[in-house]
Design a protein around this ligand. Structure first.
Ligand code: 4AD
Length: 437
């Protein structure tokens, strides 16, 4: 048969290159859209529908007659990249399409054809694939509707955290990730050789944030933290995004209020964006922002009535408790020995510390925070008690020497927050690519 070659009709107006999200403003004009073939449906021999995806949205495109007779059309595969030219038309009464319009294609080109046959993306991955395959193929999974919505919500949530802190006058800091100090105990440190010296991947940026207080006042960061916790649970990653804040001259109650306000404000901010809200509603049907009621505040001692005092609350009872109560809980006043070296005892009861975890239904702990020991000698004694060499912490101790002040802060696990917000079963569902986990 004769090879069919398409040519663009030179008598048509020049096509304007647009992103799919800008479709509504470009109806009834000739446009050019680049993207990936998300869905493909052939109807008879003279009609073909492509749902095109460009990251900004989805667009239904209609190809007719000669346009579907070319070799490229007959061998087109999912995930191929194409350029489609044509006019955007409102869909006829009674028909639906993303954005309410479709592209009536008059010319098109393949940019790059994805493999078919054994290597076709649908053979590598489909809805029945085993979870282990899905993690291995995470870079392809994220092209799917659900995973890409989750990543887009993640982007908006990161922005909302920044907006929350920026509007409250905090400065953002990007502390180092390669460090020689520990924050949350030696057992979860990843260590490496730094030109002959022992160094670690940071467990938390907290100590650096504390040293920034005299320079910038209240500060925050969204940085990676690393934990060598080889527990294959729904909520542990070796590398995670950690949103941390540190505030000078506050009380423990101020700290609790700050955590609660942040979570509520961030949820409100993303909920107020129609596109983000629609994605959350799709991912987590029935989700309601938890902004009207105050969070439950409960002392550790009351929460563990069923366990023995001094036990750290393990994951499953913690989840049971939050799921039974079904509401966010600020769990406070943990016993000193199960908590980090920097947490101060309370004045009323030296057995417990000014510490807090925020627990969310379905996920459990999403925030950990505390006031910090701010007296030089008390901190030095804490190093001694923990068997830590204070030498590498000279800069942290100096903060207690040159104008110390009461201060506190907290860290929120971004993936855990998102697992709660978007109703994902595990935190791995929040990652953009295969990683070590
Ligand atoms: O409770 P954590 O260990 O507290 C700190 O690191 C403090 N230095 C933070 C601070 O006060 N600036 O960790 C804080 C949060 C946890 O509540 C959890 O959400 C998250 O970090 N997190 C993890 N997320 C995923 N995978 C892991 N392995 C995590 N470990 C902690």
């Amino acid at each position: 048969s004769k090879k069919i070659v398409l040519t663009e009709d030179a008598s048509l107006p020049a096509a304007k290159q647009i992103k799919i999200r800008d479709g509504a403003a470009n109806r009834n004009t000739r446009v050019k859209v680049f993207g990936w073939v998300n869905r493909l449906r052939v109807q008879g021999k003279d009609m073909m529908f492509i749902v095109l995806r460009d990251g900004s949205g989805f667009l239904q495109c209609v190809l007719t007659n000669r346009l579907c007779h070319t070799y490229d059309a007959l061998t087109l595969t999912l995930e191929s990249t194409v350029a489609l030219y044509g006019e955007l038309k409102e869909v006829p009464e009674g028909k639906t399409a993303p954005g309410g319009h479709e592209l009536i294609v008059d010319y098109w080109e393949v940019v790059s054809k994805a493999p078919g046959g054994d290597d076709a993306v649908t053979n590598i991955l489909n809805s029945e694939s085993d979870p282990s395959i899905k993690y291995h193929q995470r870079h392809l999974v994220i092209r799917g509707d659900t995973a890409s919505s989750v990543l887009k919500v993640r982007s908006r949530v990161m922005r909302a955290f920044r907006d929350h802190f920026d509007s409250a006058g905090y400065y953002e800091v990007t502390p180092p990730c390669m460090v020689q100090t520990q924050v949350e105990g030696g057992s979860t440190l990843f260590s490496f050789n730094y030109y002959g010296e022992n160094a670690y991947l940071t467990q938390s940026s907290q100590l650096y944030l504390e040293t920034c207080l005299p320079s910038m006042g209240a500060v925050y960061t969204i940085s990676e933290s690393y934990r060598a916790e080889k527990s294959n649970t729904r909520r542990h990653l070796s590398e995670y995004s950690h949103c941390e804040a540190e505030i000078p001259f506050i009380s423990f109650t101020d700290l609790l209020d700050g955590i609660e306000n942040m979570v509520k404000d961030v949820v409100n901010r993303v909920w107020a964006e129609p596109e983000t809200r629609a994605m959350i509603e799709e991912l987590n049907p029935g989700f309601k922002p938890i902004t009207d009621e105050p969070f439950l505040r409960m002392r550790y001692e009351d929460a563990i009535k069923t366990l023995s005092f001094g036990d750290d609350i393990p994951e499953s009872p913690e989840r049971f408790m939050t799921d039974t109560i079904g509401k966010p809980i600020l769990l406070t006043h943990f016993p000193g020995p199960i908590k980090a070296f920097y947490m101060p005892p309370t004045e009323e009861d030296p057995r417990v510390t000014e510490s807090v975890d925020l627990l969310m239904p379905g996920v459990g702990e999403i925030v950990g925070g505390s006031m910090r020991i701010w007296d030089y000698d008390t901190l030095l004694a804490a190093y001694k008690r923990e068997g830590l060499d204070p030498a590498p912490y000279y800069w942290y101790l100096d903060q207690r020497k040159y104008g110390t002040c009461p201060h506190g802060g907290f860290g929120l696990g971004v993936e855990r927050f998102l697992a709660w917000l978007t109703n994902r079963f595990t935190v791995r569902g929040l990652l953009p690519a295969p990683a070590c986990f």
